[in-house]
Design a protein around this ligand. Structure first.
Ligand code: NAG
Ligand code: NAG
Ligand code: CU
Length: 174
């Protein structure tokens, strides 16, 4: 019985990881990668976690995407790019924790606001278990939530919450 429980948990974790990786179209839904969108406002509404991806959608004739260092970002300088994207439908996987910086490579577009700074946090799976006795049966409910390791210690786990219910009838599964 113990090994069956273990398999159940493993499957649940894998599904969580896949199902909750998000694709963030930059600027969406109100804007896109353009000269109008306020990107600091856009990022403030989103939680970026490892495994997510950014998608830049724009007219390739009008704009580009240049990933730069913080120095390049702060000085609107794309002359030492980390990566340059030009297709108009560029996907950037966010594989690791950290801050990444993107600007438009077209002259003066960065100064005009086409710059976005993305802070990628870790994906942390937390399982909370509650058990209750009814007669001689023990029922356990296990809730798995995704949260992010936030340096301030503030719990912001409510963004995505999946309830996983495992009922153990008469046996202790966990
Ligand atoms: C973008 O939005 C932020 C936060 O709402 C605001 O402080 C800032 O002034 C805006 N920037 C521009 C260029 O409108
Ligand atoms: C941009 O950065 C490069 C080095 O990365 C530097 O040589 C160049 O002078 C910078 N341009 C401006 C306008 O600051
Ligand atoms: Cu541009």
């Amino acid at each position: 019985m113990a090994s069956r429980a273990l398999i159940l948990i493993t499957v649940a974790m894998t599904m969580l990881g896949t199902a909750l990786a998000a694709s963030h179209t930059v600027g969406a839904p109100d804007g896109s990668w353009d000269l109008q969108t306020n990107y600091s406002q856009w990022v403030s509404r989103i939680r970026f976690t490892t495994g997510d991806e950014l998608r830049f959608q724009y007219s390739a004739a009008m704009h580009s995407v240049v990933e730069v260092s913080k120095t390049g970002y702060d000085s609107y300088n794309g002359s030492s790019p980390i990566t340059t994207f030009l297709t108009g439908n560029d996907v950037v996987p966010l594989a690791t924790i950290g801050t990444r910086y993107f600007i438009c490579g077209v002259s003066r577009h960065c100064d005009a606001g086409m710059k976005v700074e993305v802070n990628i946090k870790s994906k942390e799976v937390r399982t909370v278990q509650r058990c209750r006795w009814t007669g001689n049966q023990r029922r356990c409910q296990s809730e798995t939530a995704l949260s992010s390791a936030v340096s301030t210690g503030v719990d912001q786990s409510t963004v995505v919450r999946l309830g996983l219910v495992v009922v153990a009838a008469g046996v202790t599964l966990f």
